[in-house]
Design a protein around this ligand. Sequence first.
Ligand code: MN
Length: 714
Amino acid sequence: MIRINDILDQVNSYMPDADTSLIQKAYVYSAKVHAGQTRLSGEPYLSHPLATAFILAQLKLDVASIAAGLLHDTIEDTLATFEELQELFGTDVAEIVEGVTKISQIEFQSKIHKQAENIRKMILAMSKDIRVLLVKLADRLHNMRTLNFQREEKQVKIARETLDIYAPLASRLGIDWIKRELEDLSFQYMYPVEYEALSRDVEARLGKRKVYVEEVKEIISRKMAEYGLSCRVLGRPKHLFSIFRKMRRRNVTLDEIYDLIAFRIILNTPKECYEALGIVHSVWKPVPGRFKDYISLPKANMYQSLHTTVIGPYGERMEIQIRTEEMDKIASEGIAAHWLYKEGKVVQKEQAKQFDWLTQLMEWQKELEDPREFLESVRMDLFSNEVYVLTPDGDIKEFPSGATPIDFAYAIHTEVGHHCAGAKVNGRMVPLKYELQNGDVVEIITSKHHVPSRDWLKIAKTGRARARIRQWIKTEEREKSLVLGRELCAREFRKHRLDFNEFVKSGGGDIVAAFSFKSLEDLLIAVGYGKISPTQIVGKLVRADAKDDQDEQPEIVQEEPRKHGAGSQGVLIHGHDDIMIHLAKCCTPVPGDDVVGYITRGRGITVHRTNCPNIVNLDPERQIEVKWDITKESGYPVRLAVTTTDQKGMLAAVSNAISAAEANIMEAKVTTSPDLRASFTFTVEASDASHLRRVMAGVRKVDGVLKVERINAS
Ligand code: MN
C-alpha cells in the first residue's frame, strides 16, 4: 500500500521547493471522512486515494492535482461537500474534485443516445480544467489494477469503457505508459483466454530472442560510433494489446508478426537523429512507405520521433524509432514533462495549444444535435490516429487518418468545402477520395458551380465536414421540396378548379394548422417530400368549403393559362445525382428518353421510362410530368442484352464496338445457351438517348451479332 510519505518523497524529487502542506492536509481530511470504509479487496478505502495521488505524483503534477487525487472520492462517497472542500482547500482543488465526481457518475451505456449524452457531459467536465481528466485517469488506472476484486460482469464493463474512452484519452494527452497499461489491463479482462495464450507465447518467443535483441543493439551502437555519434539503444517488447490488435486487424498469427520488439535510438540533437536515420538505412534496407517524420511534424500531443521499418539482419521486419532524450521524455511522460501547473500560475496560451482538440470537441458538442453524428465525430477526431498535412503556405493541419481533400477543404472554410471541385496534392491532381498522407501539401481547387453531393458523406471523415455537408443537403432538399410541393399542389388545384394563387396569398388559411404545420412553406415542403399528398390538401379544402358555404353556389375558378417556365414544363431533371429526383433502377432512363415522374414517399420523384412495365402498377394520382434538363456530359447506366452466334472473340468484338462508340462498360455478363448462341448482358454508360442509339448501332454492325436490345432489371 502506498503511504503518504511515498507521495511526498516523489513530489520532492521534481519540486524540491514545493509547499506540500496542502497535500498533507488533504491526506488527513481524506483519512477522516473515509474512515471505516473498505475496498472490495478488504483494504482500507484510503489506499485508493493514496494510490491515485501517487500516480499523479509520478506524472509530476502540481500540488493541487495531488491534493485533488487524495480527495477525489470524498464528494461522491462521504459526507464532504463542494463548499467544504472549497473552504478548506481552495476553489481549484474543489473544482477538480467536483469535475471528477461528475465524470464518475456518468454511466457509459451502450445505447447510442445515452452514450453521446455522456461523452458530452464528460467533455464539459474536463474542458474546464485538464487536471480533472488527469485525476480521473489516475483514478481509473488504480481501479483497473485492482479490478480482480470486482464481479466478472462488472470487470468486462469497466474494461470495455477503459479501452473505448480512457486509453484513447491517455494517448491524446501523450501519456504513453498509462495508455499501454490501461490497454493491457483491459485486454486481460475482456479477452482472458486470448490474453493468457498470447502472453505465454510472446514470453517464450522473447526468451529466444534475447540474443537477437542484443545483437541488433550491438550493431546499431557500433555503426553510430563509427560515425561519431554517441547514443543509447533500447530494444523493448511491444505491449501485448498492440500485438493482439495487429493480429486481429491483419488477421494473422503471432508467427507472422515479426516486429515484436521496437528498437529505439536516443541521441542528443534532432540533427543527429536524421544522421542516425541515414546510417540505419545504409545498414538495413528500409521498407517503403513506413518512414514517418514526427520531428518536423509533431503529433498533436507533442510527440516527436522518427519512425522507420527496415529489413533486419535475418530478413525480418524491424521497427526503429529515433529521437532525442528530450523527445523521449515527452513521449513517455506526455504533457507533464514539459508543462506543469505551478502554484498560482495559469497555463500559458502557447502551452494550451496542445488542447486544441478539446476546444474543438467543445464546439461540436454544441453544434451537432444528432447523437449518432456527434459520437462519430468524437470517435473519428479524438480516438483515431492523425495525419499531418500542410497548406501551400506551410500551415500544419491535423486530421484523423483516412481523411480526404474534402475534409481539408472544410477545415479551411465552409465555403471552400461547399465549392471544392478538386485537389492538388504535392502539385499533382488527385481524386477527392484520395487519403491524405503525412507531410502532403494540399491545395484545394474551388469552382462556383460545384456543390456538395450525397456521395461526399462517404468520402468525408471529420465531423466538421460531415456536419457541413449534411447541413447543405438538408437546405437543398428543403428548397427542392418546396418547388416540387408547390408544383404538385398547383396541379391538383387546377384539376379541381381551385385557385392556388389565392390559397398561397391567404397563407394557406386553416389548412396549414389542420395538418399541424407552422407555415404554408412547411406544408408545401411536406408535399414535396411525399409526406402528405396534394389530394389530401384539396380534400380538406373542399370539405371545409362545403361546411362554410353550404348554401352558396360553389365558385367556379377558370383554369389559369399555363405559365411558361419550369412549372409548365413539369419538373426538371438535372442529373442522376439530383437530390430530390432519382432515376429508376428498373428501366435506367437516359437523357432524351420519354419519361414520367412518380412521387415516392420521402424520396421525392423517381423517374421511369414511359414504357417501363412498373409504371402500370403505380398510382396514376402520383404520376407527374418531368422533363430532362441536362447540361453535363456524365454517363448514365443502361443495360443492353446482346445475342450473338457462339464463336470465339465475340465478347472482345462487342466490347470494342461499345468502346469505339465512346461508352464505358460498367459490367459484362456472359451466358452461353445450348442453341449455339451466346448472350451477353452489358451495363454501359451512355450520356443520352442519341448516344445510346449510336452505341447500339455500333454493336449491331459487329459480325455475328444477332440482336441488341435495351432491357430492364430483372
Ligand atoms: Mn476513485
